[in-house]
Design a protein around this ligand. Structure first.
Ligand code: NAP
Length: 259
């Protein structure tokens, strides 16, 4: 982990010298996480699947603020593409210290209408993508010694949610995955944790019908949806040296929702 320019202890929240891969960083929460990590000194890999212009804008914003970033087009559900991304990342920045598994999709339907294709599409990205990315960058994170695996889950993985049997299953699956990886990585000094946001104002939430949004809002004690800026600094904390003794945990960022 990094030291301050004076050679003393690292500044709080500093990620100087750290290479961070954020999957699904072209839009929404991943976009916010990537910019925030970049603003705090990290070299950032801005992964995306199809939103090329948006991903390049994220890179531009990080560079304009004095940071370093590259965009990496990769469908995380395709292992060969993830392995090719590793080669590009190593060429640009060397090994990755922090992996943020953020890319995720929804295909919402009540379970009686949900097809096996709907189920598989969400599992392939939200869990298959996590497998592919973690597997491919596992040695990097472990060899970083104080490396970080950060999985973006959801309060939906804790509560369930109408029309989201596939999505809730993937987000709950991340709890067991994270806990297990935390145990298996512990001897290396690297950590694995989950962030479980509540409902965050992004394109994903926009897809939820307004009447359902209103019902959800009534269940949030802080009486508002989360902003991306509510989530990104929590991810930064987990990515930083300050969280070194925290592993295998689920951090709820949900406005006080019960679960
Ligand atoms: P979003 O606005 O829909 O953005 C999704 C991002 O994931 C985009 O950058 C998209 O890239 C990328 N992506 C999707 N499929 C991909 C794939 N196969 N390979 C690579 N990238 C892929 O979603 P969000 O709301 O920011 O959600 C981000 C994460 O937070 C998800 O894991 C979600 O489950 C979780 N979360 C969201 C909320 C919420 O209320 N919004 C709450 C809790 C947890 P392209 O645009 O290039 O396709």
């Amino acid at each position: 982990m990094s030291e301050s320019s004076e050679g003393g202890p690292p500044a709080t929240g500093s990620l100087a010298g750290q290479t961070c891969l954020v999957t699904g960083a072209s839009r929404g929460i991943g976009h916010g996480i990537a910019e925030d990590l970049g603003a705090h000194g990290a070299e950032v890999v801005v992964n995306y699947r199809s939103s090329r212009n948006e991903a390049e804008s994220v890179v531009d914003a990080i560079e304009s603020a004095g940071g370093a970033a590259i965009a990496a087009q990769t469908d995380v559900s395709v292992k060969a593409e993830v392995e090719a991304m590793r080669d590009r990342v190593h060429e640009a920045f060397g090994p990755v210290d922090v992996v943020v598994n953020n890319a995720g999709i929804t295909v919402d339907k009540p379970f009686d209408e949900m097809t096996r294709e709907d189920w598989d599409a969400v599992i392939d990205v939200n869990l298959g993508g996590v497998f592919n990315v973690t597997k491919t960058f596992y040695d990097d994170v472990c060899e970083a010694q104080d490396g970080r695996l950060i999985n973006i889950s959801s309060v939906v993985g804790q509560q369930g949610n109408y029309g989201q049997a596939n999505y809730a299953t993937t987000k709950a699956g991340l709890f067991g995955f994270t806990r297990t990886l935390a145990l298996e990585m512990a001897s290396t000094g690297s950590t694995a944790n989950c962030i479980a946001p509540g409902f965050v104002a992004t394109d994903m939430l926009d897809e939820v019908p307004k009447r359902v949004q209103e019902k959800i809002l009534r269940e949030i004690p802080l009486d508002r949806f989360a902003t991306i800026e509510d989530v990104a600094p929590i991810v930064r904390f987990v990515a930083s040296q300050e969280s070194s003794y925290m592993t295998g945990q689920v951090l709820g960022v949900n406005g006080g929702m019960e679960w």
